[in-house]
Every structure is written in C-alpha cells, then in structure tokens.
Design a protein around this ligand. Structure first.
Ligand code: B12
Length: 480
C-alpha cells in the first residue's frame, strides 16, 4: 500500500525553541521503517519545506495519509492540513498521531480526520494498514479514536507497550532531501536520535509521563551505537530523560567509545538530581563530543515554588547539577518557569539567582496548562476559545496577577538578561564569529527574530489578539 506521512508546518515558531530548532520527524521515520519490510511504499513530506500537502498528495496518490501532531500548538494546523488532503483526495484515509494527539485527542476529532492514534506508531500503523488492506473492521485495531457514523469511539487497549527494538533504525533516507535544512542554533545539519522513551517522574506541568504511564523504555545498545555510527556529527538526543538508568548509560558510553564514535556536538535533556548524583557518568560521556550541551529544567529558584509542581528535586540539586556539569565542561541550557501569578519580588528572586549562578544561557517559559495534564483540567474553564497556536509557553493565556502590562515588562526584562539579547553581554558579532561564513545570513535572521522576545509590546500585542479571538469564539457560541 502507498502511504504518505506529513509533518505539518506549525506556523508558530516565533518564540522559545521555535526559531532555533528545526529537526527531522523522527517518529515518522520509525513508522516508515516498520512499513517498508512489509512491502509497503512510504513517503515522508516535511511541510516546513516546499511543496505543500496537496502537491504531495497529487504526486504520491496515497491510500493513507498519516499526519503527525507533536505539540498542542499544532492542533489547528493539523486539522487545516487534513482539510487540504481531503480536498485533494476525498477517498484517502486520514490518520493523525504523535504526542499531542495521544495526550488529548478531542481538538482533532473533526470531520476531516478518520482516526487518531492513541499509542506509538511502529506496531499500530502496520496493523491499521493491514486491516484497511484486508477489509477488516477498524474497530478491531487497538488504540485508536475512530470516526464512525455514530460518532467518535475508542477501540480496545493494546496488549503491551511497543518494544523499542521492534524497529531498530529509522528510515532516515526518506528525509535526506531536507537534511541541510535541519538545524539547532549554531549546528547545521543536525540529526535527531532516540535512545530511550518516557519518564518515570511526575512533574505537574508535563504531559509525557501521563501519556506513557510513567514508563521508561530503552533501545538496545547495539541499535543505538549503529544509529550514532551512521548519522552526522551534530546530534540532538530526543529522549525525554537522558541518563535515567546509570548502569545502562555507562555501558552505552563505553560501547560508543569502543566503536570510535566522536561527534562535533551532542545535546541531551536530563534532570538536576540525576546529574548531581552521577558525576562519573558525565565523565564517561564527555569525550564522545567536542561540545556537549544539556537541557535542564530548573523550573524555579525557590524550594517553596518547586514543591508546588511535584518536581521531586530541589534548589540544592539544581546547584549541584550545575557544578557537576561545569566540572566536566558541559554547556548548561536551563529552563525556568514563570507563573502568571507572580509578584514583582518573584521576578527579582529569579534574576538574582540567574546572575549569581551565571545561568544566562537559560530559557524562560510561562507556566502553561498543556492538554493531557491535570493542570489543564483545572484551568479548562478559562481556556475556552483560546487558539491552540498560543499554547507555545510564551503566550499569556489569561490576565496575570500584576496586570498584563507590568507582567510583560518584567517578562521581557527577564529575557533581556539572557545571552540571547544581542544588546547585552554577547553581541551579534560574537555570535557571528562562532559560525562559518555561509551560515551568517541564517544566524542573523534567527537572532533578529529572537530580539522580539526582549520587547514587552510583542507579548502585549499577542495577548490582545488572543483576547479578541476568544471574544469572537464566545460571541459565535452565544449567537448559534
Ligand atoms: C524533538 C522535540 C521538539 C523539536 C521539534 C520536533 C520536530 N520534529 O519538529 C523542537 C526542539 C523544535 C521542539 C520544540 C518545542 N517543543 Co517539543 N519535543 C520534542 C521531543 C523532545 C521529542 C519528539 C520526538 O521526536 N521523539 C522521538 C520520536 C521517535 O517519537 P515521537 O515523535 O513521539 O513519535 C512516535 C509517536 O508519537 C507516534 N507518532 C508520531 N507521529 C505520528 C504520526 C502518525 C500518523 C501516527 C499514527 C503516530 C505518530 O509514533 C512515533 C513512533 O512511535 C518531545 C517529547 C515527546 N516525548 O514527545 C517534545 C515535546 C513534544 N515538545 C514540547 C514542547 C512544550 C515544545 C515547545 C513548546 C518548547 C519551548 N519551550 O518552546 C517547543 C514548540 C516549538 C514550536 N513553536 O513549534 C512538549 C509538548 C507538550 C504538549 N502537550 O504540547 C513535549 C511533549 C516535551 C515535554 N516534555 O513537554 N520540540
């Protein structure tokens, strides 16, 4: 069967990691790799590049189109993409999957979409394809939200979570045409690698552990080493939680070193408590890349605030992790949360903490109730009518305690104190010195866009637009 996979263009990459990161659709590459040995034909089209969905549909004439939906901010765009596909080919079966689809499917339960995957795709998609091929009722395929004449229904539960070794290597060839367009800040092209999936912790603002019931699955050492050996020299590790299993991580580092693997750059995401306890693990991994960065959630600068979000790690762990990582020459890209409830003194506490511990490479996201979390359920009453594109953790979704104007001034000031402010300590010229001459136009473009985050008006304008859209949606509801 002929299957087309689409990675939609989220259309909202103006804030946070958006401008800096464009990485390959790894989930789709794993699903395609599961289908190819079964004799199916798979195409992956990344719509962040040309051409558009309708052109791909005309070009490949698929029986099934699978659209990925990783982030809540993409829901509306995913539905729009499905509509485009439906128009170009009314008979095509349209399936949506990915993290946000699994975590909270209701925004996708629309006439344009036939089914939503509630589980990983490697085992599920081949089952669905075979059912469509043989005319078996789709109600027999597990882990789906299915559009039927009677409305949307949920099919049975899968017997077990997919073993990650079911598909040892992703079909990276299918995105080879886009490789030079995948980048992470200074590094271009970039490869995305997954060594493990899931997270056993329970942070209240995160939807990952809820989707995977706090499970944590690992790929075999052999498959991961092969993936590292056959990819390029700049690597973003997609794992929700790197270094979670110290014994296995140590074994993996040794296997990579034995195979002679050395990269230019690696970025991983981990936790402060894991790092503070495992200095020897960081030491073992460090020689594997010339530059090695860690994404770390610091979240808050005080114990009181941390205890509110079930982080299960405190300020002491944050500071020890910074010391341990620095002692092994890792770069630290932390993230702090900013609560719309904050008062002036909360901002000052954060700024002092960042300055005192030299954490200017951090990012600052607004505490946002993401669909799939309890926090979303608790705040659902005030989120009605807000466009999904605003769920990027940089949009104000409701009136903050300090009032929008003052809050946005302080939020913009927080970003002004970061390394991204080209009027601050690190000037544009310092950034440009770090890249090859050919990359200078790209770097200037990205940094120019980022300067908007230092201006209160950027957020205020967006907030006004959010409120206007919300009003319109309320009025439509009352008049219909
Ligand atoms: C890589 C990544 C990114 C990349 C983009 C990825 C891409 N290809 O475009 C970058 C770094 C740009 C990014 C940015 C952001 N991200 Co992000 N990201 C991830 C991360 C860490 C890994 C995704 C991944 O590739 N995993 C590996 C592959 C193999 O797994 P997978 O994608 O889940 O695919 C499997 C299944 O989902 C399913 N599947 C996937 N697609 C499809 C399609 C079909 C048809 C089917 C049937 C199944 C299916 O099958 C696949 C194989 O099993 C996830 C964490 C996660 N667990 O999802 C967060 C995550 C998705 N991101 C998140 C967030 C919050 C963001 C940001 C808002 C953060 C910020 N501070 O700015 C920004 C938004 C940027 C923007 N404006 O668009 C949240 C989303 C929460 C939510 N409910 O919305 C997550 C879950 C992280 C978290 N812990 O909270 N992100």
């Amino acid at each position: 069967m002929n299957i087309l996979f689409l990675r939609p263009n989220p259309g909202n990459e103006q804030f946070g990691l958006g401008p800096f990161f464009r990485v390959e659709p790894l989930g789709l590459e794993y699903i395609a790799a599961a289908l190819l040995p079964l004799g199916h034909t798979a195409t992956i089209a990344d719509l962040r590049f040309r051409p558009d969905a309708a052109t791909w549909v005309r070009r490949t004439r698929p029986r099934i189109v699978g659209i990925s939906c990783l982030h809540a901010l993409e829901y509306d765009q995913v539905v729009a993409t499905a509509r485009e596909v439906r128009k170009a080919s009314p008979e095509t079966f349209i399936l949506v999957g990915g993290h946000a689809a699994m975590a909270f499917s209701s925004p996708l339960e629309q006439a344009e979409i036939d089914a939503i995957a509630l589980d990983d795709g490697e085992a599920l998609v081949p089952m669905l394809v075979s059912a469509i091929d043989s005319g078996t009722p789709l109600t027999e395929v597990p882990a789906l939200r299915l559009r039927t004449k009677e409305g949307w229904i949920t099919t049975g539960s899968p017997e077990q979570r997919t073993h990650l070794d079911l598909v040892p290597l992703p079909a990276r060839d299918l995105v080879a045409r886009h490789r030079s367009g995948y980048h992470c800040l200074l590094f271009k092209p970039v490869w995305l690698i997954e060594t493990a999936r899931g997270c056993p912790f329970r942070c209240s603002f995160c939807s990952v552990w809820q989707v995977y019931d706090r499970s944590y699955r690992e790929r075999s050492i052999g498959a991961v080493v092969e993936d590292f050996a056959t990819t390029g020299d700049s690597i973003f590790v997609a794992d929700d939680l790197f270094w979670n299993n110290p014994a296995r991580s140590l074994e993996l580092a040794q296997a990579l070193r034995t195979r002679g693997i050395r990269k230019k750059w690696i970025l991983v995401q981990s936790r402060t408590d894991l790092i503070s306890r495992n200095s020897e693990l960081l030491e073992a991994w460090r020689p594997i890349a010339k530059d090695f960065d860690i994404f770390l959630g610091f979240e808050y600068a005080s114990e009181r605030a941390l205890s509110d979000i079930s982080k299960d790690a405190g300020v002491k762990e944050s500071l020890t992790a910074v010391d341990v990582a620095r002692s092994h020459r890792y770069g630290i890209n932390g993230n702090f949360l900013i609560d719309p409830q904050w008062q002036e003194e909360d901002f000052h506490e954060l700024w002092d903490f960042v300055a005192k511990h030299r954490l200017q490479r951090s990012g600052f996201t607004l505490l946002t109730p993401l669909p799939g979390t309890d926090m979303y359920q608790q705040n659902a009453y005030r989120l009605q009518g807000i466009p999904w594109a605003d769920f990027d953790m940089h949009h104000l979704l409701w009136e903050p305690q300090l009032g929008a104007e003052r809050f946005c001034e302080l939020y913009a000031e927080t970003w002004r104190r970061s390394i991204l402010n080209t009027a601050g300590d690190k000037k544009l010229i310092d950034w440009l010195r770090q890249v090859k001459p050919l990359q200078i136009p790209y770097m200037i473009r990205v940094l120019r866009r980022t300067q908007a985050m230092m201006k209160p008006d950027t957020y205020l304008r967006e907030y006004a637009a959010t409120r206007a859209q919300r009003e319109t949606s309320h009025n439509c509801r009352y008049s219909s």
